[in-house]
Structure formats: C-alpha cells, structure tokens
Design a protein around this ligand. Sequence first.
Ligand SMILES: Cc1ncc(COP(=O)(O)O)c(C=O)c1O
Length: 324
Amino acid sequence: MNPTQQHPRALLGAGPTPLHRAKGLREDASLLLKRDDLTGFGLAGNKARPLEFLMADALARGCDVVVTGGAPASNFVGACAHAAFVTGLACEVLVASGPATSVPLQLARACDALVRHTECDRSLIDEAVDKRAGELQAQGHRPYAVPRGGATAVGALGFADAAFEVRAQLDDLGIDPNRATIVLPVGSGASLAGFMAGTAAMELNWRVVGVSVSRPADQMAAQVMILSAACSALMGTSPAPSGTFALVDRAENDNAQDGHGGGAPLMRASEGILLDPHYGVPAFDVAMELPATDREPVVLWQTGGLPAAIEFLGVSHSIVMGRS
Ligand SMILES: Cc1ncc(COP(=O)(O)O)c(C=O)c1O
C-alpha cells in the first residue's frame, strides 16, 4: 500500500509522468528519463508533486493565505502562487535580493500573488516567511507558511509518492527496481527526502544519487535525513537508514539561480527536452557519467525547470535536446 494515499491531496498535475528509454543519448538503452517536465501543471514540473499535498494541507487547516519565498528565479515560487490560485487561496511571495523580475515572478503576479521584494539573502528567506506569516496571523488571517522549495514533511510526501510511481513503471518495463540507479537534482532537499521516505516504506535497495546544486553535500545530506525522517513519521513508516543515498556536490553551479547562468554549452542530442542550467544540466552530467546497462539502468529525473531553461535560451546556457 502507498501510505501517501492517506493524506489529503489537491490534484494539480496529470500524472503519472512518463518513464522512457533515451536511446538517442545512450544507444545501449541504459538511460531512462522520468519526465517530470510533463507533470501537466503550468510550468511547475516536479514541484507540482509537493504542492498537491501542501495546498490540500492548507485547505484542511482552514488557511486563507499561503506565504512562501525564494530567489527571484525560483521555479517553486511561481508554481506555488499558481497552485494557490487554482485552489482558491491568496498568496504572498517574498523575494530574496537579486534581479527584479523573472518568469516565475511574472507567473506569480499573473496569479494575483502579492510579490514583495526584500533585501534578504536567499538563505534567510524562510525566517522572513515565518515572520510575515506571524504578522498576517496578528491581523486576523489564517496563513500557511511554506519554506523554500516546499521543504516540509508534508511537501516531501509528493516525492514519497513519486517513488511508488516510478517503482511501478520499472516493474512494467520488466526492470528489477533494485538494479536501477535514480539520479535526482537537489535544491531544498524536499524531493530527495520524500523519495528516500518512499524508498524505505517499500524496503527497496535501488541506488539513489542526489546532485546538490545549492548547498555543500554534507550539509545537505544531514538536512535530507531530518526531513525524510519527518516524512516517514507522517506516513507511519520506517525511516530511511543513513547511508542509503549518495550526494554529488555541484554547488558551484549555483550562480544560475541568481541570474548569471551556469555556462553549459548548447547541445543537440535526440530526446526533445529542455534542460535548465541550474538543476537539469548538472543532473544530466552526473547521470551520463554513471555506469549502466539496459537491465541496470540509470533513471534521470528530468524535473522541469522550464522557466529557467526559457530564460537562459537566449544566452546559450540551457541544453536543447533535439536533432542529433
Ligand atoms: C526544476 C527543479 N528541479 C529540481 C529542484 C530541486 O528540488 P528540491 O528543492 O526538492 O530539492 C527544483 C527546486 O525548486 C526545481 O525547480
């Protein structure tokens, strides 16, 4: 049984997202793409998953306004404002210092979110979100505070469910899940935390490789363990033992989030997807380096990142996968 099904969920996406072999990238069919760029909810990509649980939780608690925050180019803030809009909740977005506009901020404004620019560094935005939620509460509102990336135990349920989803798809392809390697880009750590909680709930031993793009790997690993255990507690399942995932440190790419770009070359291959410079390109690079065969494949989680991919197309920092 999938324990995430006991939790309220506001359906946003149109999952399950496809899982398919990427023969144009690895002719031996050893690479599979998990297409969370196709979750079917606006530009949210992977972030539709946590938002389904977060919005449902906000509604279940009788909240009337969602407060979140992030960097100006944060995919999550646009997706969160969009999710609040369609579920009938007001939304405030606190923006860390950086460029004045971006596709996610334009999306948030189009969804009637109140977008407030701050002088905060991105690392301090969660405190500002809590403070603003406190002010709104004092004014008689019922705020629902969502930290960067939706990194709460409730948000992590989205990727606990995703672990069940991809396991069933591997089964359908006749691939033993325990022989697969899953590669996930890691920002806030919410996705990896949930994925590990789902993995532990299923008692699976697949290899999980996170690609940490914004924080040093050891710091991120500790955070992921805490969040993952909180997610398991919410599901009433055993937590993931330590050492059951690996983290590759790619934090040096982080300048892309602030609007400077990661510097990856424009590339033509053959799968028809766009990789954003912040998450997609580093995860792709790691996935291509890992040994794999058709029976022991690498599954690259293509998380989306379309706003950043679009913004960086003009300066050649996104990877276009098209003709070979
Ligand atoms: C496109 C994309 N991929 C990956 C991630 C990383 O997910 P997480 O923050 O759950 O680690 C994000 C986070 O916003 C994202 O927008």
